[in-house]
Ligand binder design. Structure first.
Ligand code: NDP
Length: 452
């Protein structure tokens, strides 16, 4: 039996890697984890958490306005970007510290250095070689930008969190989660925002009604969404940028942010060299147990490009540690995972879109509510909420639930339990409404609006 320095060596101390390391250590495994940046990974350091803090900040703008018709006199509101960024940084530092304490408390050795794989049981880290019976790759992803002339003048979400000042005019490129979320953040904080999307409508893959509804709500808030808009080049002109589109249009701005997808951060790790199969996207090919083509090497989270969400990476890490170091072997079910887009207003979805359900050849009952939330009857804000259920006509099982509007992410989390359990429309209806809420619409939708 070969003797190794560790039972488990994890590369990448993001949400997934940290969970796997701690759970494995809890089973008595000798574990080390390497991190070349800051412990916490994308979600904590430069993703979900700071994004949501900025999103809260952006919401106050409307809250001050909405308060007036409720009888409040609000003085002139001013916003200071530097204060927000400093306080956000303080909170991220705090969370970074908590993550480090959690690792130490679990007796996981933290090596704050880049690790590279040498062979199926050896990594080079901080100038020395260490061996482990098992290696776990949890290195996440990194923003990917098209290589057009002048792309070096653009920023990504990584830099957006550390801008010296709030740009007066910003262009956001992309139509996915990050682009839509940052368009709302910058707009809410007072910047003039143009979002450029190359396709027909933002949020490809989401329910079509959700996409159109959100785009219309974003437009009402002043975000200029240009579809079929592809950037050809970016030129610097003093402190400003000129962005030339492929159709010849030129747009001027102070900053341009690319949110055109993320690439698994697997380059230069030595993976292919030891026999791990990588896809063209750079993603690590794994089986249901997160095992790569090399039996001692597993991979979890965004670097495997399965469902790129923090809770999924955490679950994959947990399943790995339970299965390899514990007594319970299980695999993550990647079906029917709820997600939210923290746009303004936000989106919450779980299950199939109408188009995806029809694509499966099903006859459907579609239920829908499109209404002005109670809050805005008095505030006077022209903002609406959309709720939609996609129901299989034959079985009456709710295949998908979709919402755009205030609190959608909070509401969809609870709805996701029912959808995951395979609840029928009648079981939704059997739940008595909580009144007055927006969420009650999900249990009071009476009549199908469209039949497939
Ligand atoms: P997405 O893959 O969601 O979206 C990328 C967008 O960029 C798409 O609209 C895509 O267009 C467009 N695009 C891609 N390449 C180009 C190009 N060369 N030129 C112009 N446009 C291009 O990526 P994001 O960066 O927004 O987010 C990455 C992932 O992170 C998400 O998929 C999600 O899993 C996760 N995430 C989750 C969040 C949440 O849960 N709230 C928040 C943020 C991120 P097209 O549609 O035509 O392909």
């Amino acid at each position: 039996m070969p003797q190794y320095d560790y039972d488990l060596f994890v590369i990448g101390a993001g949400s997934g890697g940290v969970r796997a390391a701690r759970v494995a250590a809890g089973y008595g495994a000798k574990v080390a984890i390497a991190e070349e940046s800051r412990v916490g990974g994308t979600c904590v350091i430069r993703g979900c958490v700071p994004k949501k803090l900025l999103s809260y900040a952006a919401h106050f703008h409307e809250d001050f306005e909405d308060a007036r018709n409720y009888g409040w006199t609000v003085g002139e509101a001013t916003f200071d970007w530097a204060t927000l960024i400093a306080n956000k940084d303080k909170e991220i530092d705090r969370l970074n510290g908590i993550y480090k304490k959690l690792l130490a408390g679990s007796k996981v050795e933290l090596l704050e250095s880049r690790a590279v794989i040498v062979d199926p049981h050896t990594v080079e880290v901080g100038g020395k070689r260490v061996t482990a019976k098992n290696l776990l790759i949890a290195v996440g992803g990194w923003p990917e930008r098209p290589q057009i002339p002048g792309i070096e003048h653009s920023i990504t979400s990584n830099e957006a969190f550390h801008l010296q000042s709030l740009p007066k005019e910003i262009i956001v490129v992309g139509g996915g989660y990050i682009a839509v979320e940052f368009a709302g953040i910058f707009n809410g904080l007072g910047a003039k925002v143009t979002e450029l999307y190359r396709g027909e409508q933002i949020l490809r893959g989401f329910d079509d009604e959700v996409r159109h509804f959100l785009a219309a709500e974003m437009a009402k808030k002043g975000i200029a969404i240009r579809t079929h808009a592809d950037v050809a080049r970016i030129d610097k002109s003093g402190a400003r940028l000129n962005v030339t589109l492929k159709d010849g249009a030129v747009l001027a701005c102070d900053a341009i942010m690319y949110a055109t997808g993320r690439r698994p951060k697997t380059d230069g790790l030595g993976l292919a060299e030891v026999g791990v199969t990588l896809k063209e996207s750079g993603a690590i090919a794994v089986d249901a147990a997160s095992q790569t083509a090399v039996p001692s090497i597993h991979a979890i989270g965004d670097c495997t490009d399965r469902v790129n969400l923090t809770p999924v990476a955490i679950r994959e890490g947990h399943a790995y540690a339970d299965s390899v170091f514990g007594s319970r072997s299980w695999a993550v079910d990647h079906k029917t995972i709820a997600s939210a887009v923290f746009s303004h207003p936000p989106v919450g979805v779980v299950g199939l879109s109408e188009a995806a359900a029809r694509g499966e050849g099903r006859a459907l009952d579609i239920y829908k509510a499109d209404f002005k939330p109670l809050k805005h009857t008095i505030s006077g804000r022209d903002e609406r909420t959309l709720m939609k259920l996609v129901v299989d006509r034959q079985s009456q099982v709710v295949l998908g639930a979709h919402m755009v509007g205030i609190d959608a992410p909070e509401i969809i989390q609870a709805i996701a339990i029912a959808v995951k359990m395979g609840a029928t429309k009648q079981q939704f209806d059997a739940a008595v409404a909580v009144h007055p809420t927006a969420a009650e619409e999900f249990v009071t939708l009476r009549t199908p609006v469209a039949a497939g």
